[in-house]
Design a protein around this ligand. Structure first.
Ligand code: IVH
Length: 680
């Protein structure tokens, strides 16, 4: 006998509820706390079970089910919606003097209303440079998410906001009505990668993380937002019906406790002196954060005082934004010059009259690709806006309006007719977006870039074979390409000036050692356009071997997280090229790893069995380099601090992970400490 249909349905409903709360718990751990507790596969299994259950019992499907985050069909058009409480703006303080003047005004006004002006507390929080949004919860369920619009009326973008894992779809113990306000942003690291991938595909790049976040949210099709690792910082509430708290700080704590992502570093100050010091501290850390901030927002903590202070125009008197100096500057673009990349693409860059941009002298800036150059319409001699943000390499944002009006302006720059490195006539493939140097076999510029990348620390990391040495070997004809490194021998090396028996022997031994680098490093080292360190890991992890990758279709590659259709096609096309295949086969014949070994066999070393997390900017090592060296010493690098972490390697300004490590009592070391561990 089968059980009665009612009982079966009851069990299904119970399991669905259980799965939903379990999945949302993991979402919170992963997206808000950055502390995943299960593997991707375990998470997917839970989601798939829920999806299957909802497939069999469609009546159990609810709009707040985690299966509904990436919604179905694109919208036809945006719907305008009215915020229950308007989204206001902030007055600005440009410096400390203006902040102090504001605090004096606030105290005086408070006293006029019979309050104690000297007892005012201030809350300082980062001013996130993203896209302002308002989330409306009714009886705890997310029913709508909207952009700021004109402050009164915004656009309904619920379909896109639902895709953001850090936004709770359901809030426990929520008041009847609750508007949560926050700023959607794209992490700087994700922005840099997104632009890298778009530039490699010849697509227009985004000027800054804010534009890319806004561009992702203002899309009718939710799949665009779902494909980008957007996040949110929540900083307050709008309309609330059914709960009253006394201070802004209490609201922030309330939101955090209910699963919203609220900065853990918000501070309350009772003195203007320490408040100003707190603001300056944010400015100093600005560049080390993985999200862009353009200032600090200071709010009066007491909500009754805040209300009493009122609003002037659209700006509440009880809050102010201390704005940082802009990270942009104007200078003259001497000329657009061109570099040849490791795959022959001609990459434009700006040769600028040197200019300081937030403390750093900038002489060169990237222009990404031809499409970017045309879209920005910069010309030789133009006065241009240069920005340093979100990306380590400064970029040219646009010509200034004055340059655009200049009647004597030059012609739009065009890619050179001959390769700047080998003088071969350049070509632009009919369907391609890049002009290329077709001399892939012997263009010194391309070879140089390819070898430089191949031997670099995050790639094959050959001790004693740095960029300069590689350049010399190429120039002396000792190697013709990257595979040539494995064909070097004692006799040829000792013929070179400066190489004795011992140094040649050491180098050959180091080259031999590099044959043990795992497959994902080999894949990264090949320098296939669009395969960075992260992409190489994902490909190696999912496909397992070079043969599987060579046999994969663009559709197979697209299934891997982080691989969009354009990138997937570009990867498959490059791998199909005769030249790429021949190079891979030579490397295989030399014994390089062409299969990803199971996680079971990390190399033995001083860090065997140890798990490390890296955060902030290290003075001498990039993340890739540090990761590669830790792995080579037998250690494991993960993205977030958990009970399993042995060390947190903290660079300049380390934010939340550092705070968490201290909380959990994990040993924090700096780069020197890491070097000591690596020494064993
Ligand atoms: S409070 C009453 N707090 O800055 C003003 N705003 O010019 C309500 N922003 O569009 C805003 N970080 O989207 C506040 N921690 C923060 C913020 C923040 C970024 C944005 C906000 C608003 C703009 C105000």
């Amino acid at each position: 006998m089968t059980s009665a249909p009612g009982a079966e349905q009851g069990a299904a409903a119970e399991r669905a509820a259980e799965l939903r709360s379990e999945i949302e718990r993991h979402n919170h751990l992963y997206y808000v706390l950055d502390e995943p507790a299960v593997s991707d596969a375990q998470y997917d299994a839970l989601l798939n079970e829920l999806r299957d259950l909802e497939g069999v019992h469609p009546e159990l499907l609810t709009p707040d089910s985690p299966t509904q985050r990436v919604g179905g069909h694109p919208l036809e058009k945006f719907i305008q919606v009215e915020h229950l409480q308007p989204m206001l703006s902030l007055a600005n303080a440009r410096d400390e003097g203006e902040l102090r003047a504001w605090a004096v005004r606030v105290a005086t006004l408070a006293e006029k209303s019979g309050l104690d002006g000297s007892a005012i507390d201030y809350v300082a929080e980062p001013k996130i440079d993203g896209l302002a949004i308002s989330l409306l919860y009714e009886d705890g369920a997310l029913v709508r998410g909207a952009t700021r619009g004109d402050g009164e009326i915004g656009e309904d973008v619920t379909h896109n906001l639902r895709t953001i894992g850090a936004i709770p779809l359901r809030v426990p113990d929520a008041p009847r009505t609750l508007e949560v306000r926050g700023e959607v942003y794209l992490p700087r690291s994700a922005f840099a990668r997104l632009n890298e991938v778009r530039a490699a595909a010849g697509e227009p790049t985004f000027a800054n993380p804010r534009n890319s976040a806004a561009g992702s949210i203002r899309q009718l099709d939710p799949h665009v937002a779902a494909a980008r690792p957007l996040s949110i910082w929540c900083y307050g509430v709008g309309a609330v019906d059914g709960l009253e708290l006394e201070t802004h700080r209490e609201w922030l704590d309330w939101l955090r406790a209910r699963g919203f992502k609220v900065s853990p570093e918000v501070e309350v100050y009772s003195e203007v002196e320490s408040l100003a010091a707190g603001c300056r501290a944010w400015e100093e850390r600005r560049e080390a954060l993985d999200y862009e901030i353009d200032g600090v927002v200071v709010k009066v903590n007491g909500l009754s005082i805040q209300r009493g202070l009122g609003v002037v125009g659209r700006e509440p008197r009880g809050a102010i934004a201390w704005k940082f100096a802009p990270m942009t500057a104007q200078t003259i673009l001497r000329r657009v010059a061109w570099n040849v990349g490791r795959t022959g693409h001609l990459v434009p860059f700006a040769d600028l009259e040197p200019v300081p941009v937030s403390g750093v002298i900038v002489k060169l800036a990237t222009l990404h690709n031809e499409e970017d150059l045309h879209r920005k319409d910069v010309r030789d001699g133009d006065e241009v806006v240069v920005m340093r943000a979100g990306d380590v390499i400064p970029q040219v944002v646009s010509p200034t309006p004055a340059a655009q009006r200049n009647p004597e302006r030059g012609e739009p720059p065009r890619p050179p007719e001959r390769c700047p490195s080998c003088d071969t006539p350049t070509v632009k493939p009919e369907e391609g977006v890049w002009t290329i140097c077709p001399n892939r076999a012997s263009c010194p510029g391309q070879l140089h870039q390819a070898v430089k990348h191949f031997v670099s620390r995050g790639a094959m990391d050959i001790e004693g074979l740095g960029e300069r040495q590689a350049e010399r070997f190429l120039a002396d004809g000792l190697i013709g390409d990257v595979a040539g490194i494995y064909e070097l021998d004692q006799e040829r090396l000792t013929r070179l000036e400066g190489f004795g028996e011992t140094s040649a022997g050491n180098l050959l031994a180091a080259i031999d050692v590099s044959k043990e680098r795992p497959f994902h490093r080999v894949l990264f080292a090949l320098g296939i356009p669009g395969i960075g360190a992260v992409g190489a890991r994902a490909l190696a992890h999912h496909l397992g071997s070079m043969d599987a990758l060579l046999g994969a279709t663009a559709e197979d590659v697209e299934e891997i997280e982080g691989m969009g259709p354009v990138l997937a096609r570009a990867i498959v096309e490059t791998l199909a090229e005769e030249r790429t295949r021949a190079l891979i086969e030579r490397l295989r014949a030399h014994g390089l790893q062409m299969e990803e070994r199971g996680a079971a066999a990390p190399p033995e070393g001083p860090l065997s069995g140890r798990t490390l997390v890296i955060t902030g900017t290290l003075p001498n090592l990039s993340r890739d380099e540090a990761t590669a060296r830790i792995e080579a010493a037998g250690g494991r690098v993960t993205g977030s601090v958990s009970g399993n972490t042995d060390y947190l390697v903290a660079g300049d300004d380390s934010g939340t992970k550092l705070a968490r490590a201290r909380e959990v009592g994990i040993e924090v070391i700096d780069e020197a400490g890491l070097e000591a561990l690596l020494e064993g």
